[in-house]
Each structure stands twice: as C-alpha cells, then as structure tokens.
Design a protein around this ligand. Sequence first.
Ligand SMILES: [Zn+2]
Length: 274
Amino acid sequence: MPELPEVETVRRTLAPAVGARIEAVWDSGKPLHMQRRPPRAKLRALVGATIVAIRRHGKYLLVDTDRPQSLLVHLGMTGRFCIVDAATPRANHTHLVLGLDARELRFVDARRFGQLDVVERARERLHPALAVLGPDALVDGVDATALVTLAKRRKTTLKAFVLDQSVLAGVGNIYASEALWRAKLRPTKRSNKLTVAAAALLAAAIRETLENALENGGTTLSDFVAADGVAGENADYLWVYARAGQPCLECKTLIKRAVHQGRATYYCPTCQTP
Ligand SMILES: [Zn+2]
C-alpha cells in the first residue's frame, strides 16, 4: 500500500504534467473506494483547464488547475497515477484518463480502493477525506511536546498512534514499524506512557524513516511504481518490516511479527523496550 514516500515519489515524477492543458477526460464509470463512482460531470468539466501544480497532503494528491477546482487522488492499495505517451496501450483497470497534449495522465487501479474526486480548492479542508488529516508527516512534522499531548489524549498503542492520520498524515503500516524500531520503542507500548524524551526520538525517527524512503524512490513490495513506471528500492533498506525470523541488523535478535488490529507489526524484542 503506498504511503507518504511513495505518493511523494509519484508527485515528483508527475511534474512534467504541470503547465499542460487538459484536452479530454475519460472515466471508466466503475465504483472505486467505498463503492463511490467518481463524479463524471465534475471530471468532464475539467476539460480546457490547465494544470498549475501538483500537491500532496499525507497520502492524497491534489492536481491544481487554473480554475477553482482540483482533482483529488488517493492511490488506495494498488492505484497507479502515471504520465504516459498517449499512444501507449491502456492498461487493464484504467479508471481515469486526462488527455493532455501527446501525453496522458492515467489512473489505474486493479483492486479499486483508490479515490478520485473533484474539490473546490478554497474549501478543500472541508472535504471529508482531507478534513480528518493532521499535519503532513514530512513537510509539517510535529514536535515532541505536541506529540506527547496528542499521545496522552489517544490512550492507544504507539503503533496505532503513529498510524493515526489525524496525528500525522502519511505514515502507514511499513513506516510505522520502521520508525518505532529506529526510536527503539515497542509498538505495543501505551501511547499515554510516552515521555517527552521518547517523543523527541519518535518524531526524529518518523522524519528520518520517511526521508530515507523518499531518497530510495519509495518501497516496492508488490505493486508500487512511480509515475514513470520505476519501482522503488527502499525494500532493500527496511530494518524490521517483512523481516520476521531474520536477525535484527543491530543486535542479531530475531525480528518478531505480531498482528495488532488486523495489521502486521514487526519489531525487535531486544532493541525495542516494552
Ligand atoms: Zn535489535
């Protein structure tokens, strides 16, 4: 599932679309996330608009036009948002095509957990998907004191806390495990026990984890590729995620896998104090 570094990688590789005029819009009409159909009339009304910027908040992309509207895109589990030559054959599961000049922006999503919508930029923070998001984990970050205040209020596990998009937007399952290993904190530790010192380590660990993953072009475990079709290399640099039974790269203890709230968590029982 793409997380912040993967979505940011896609955003950067889509940069060549900025400045292009949307000449045509096609959508598959198939329902995506939560069985919702993308708003066909609003999508088609984007014809004639020029793309002026592509932004990201957490795992959401916003394609800004020279009109008051932006296209909102979430990659879900298997979504790909790419820029290709218009002559490239359409892949199966293509759900949106924005015809530019000789190129097309295409949204392809086999499992259809992705989201497409058109938002009014002036009121985008009221959109249900964006309204719940906290500060962006990479661009905005959060300091240790703010993190402790939020952690005390939540009374959950640290793993669930780091995954909470209203705390920090963009951190998903892979990087939550990675960041907690870096901060040497056990995922099952209660969030209201987080000290300011530990919160400072955690805030730094989240940032380093995301920055390193971004430098490596994101993590490709099965599906993820950047908008130009290149797979990320960060899977070769993971400390704990998907490494159950393998030795910790720091202390050689075997990495453990546990399931919390239906999601796999990986940790080192020696390095990460309960
Ligand atoms: Zn260890």
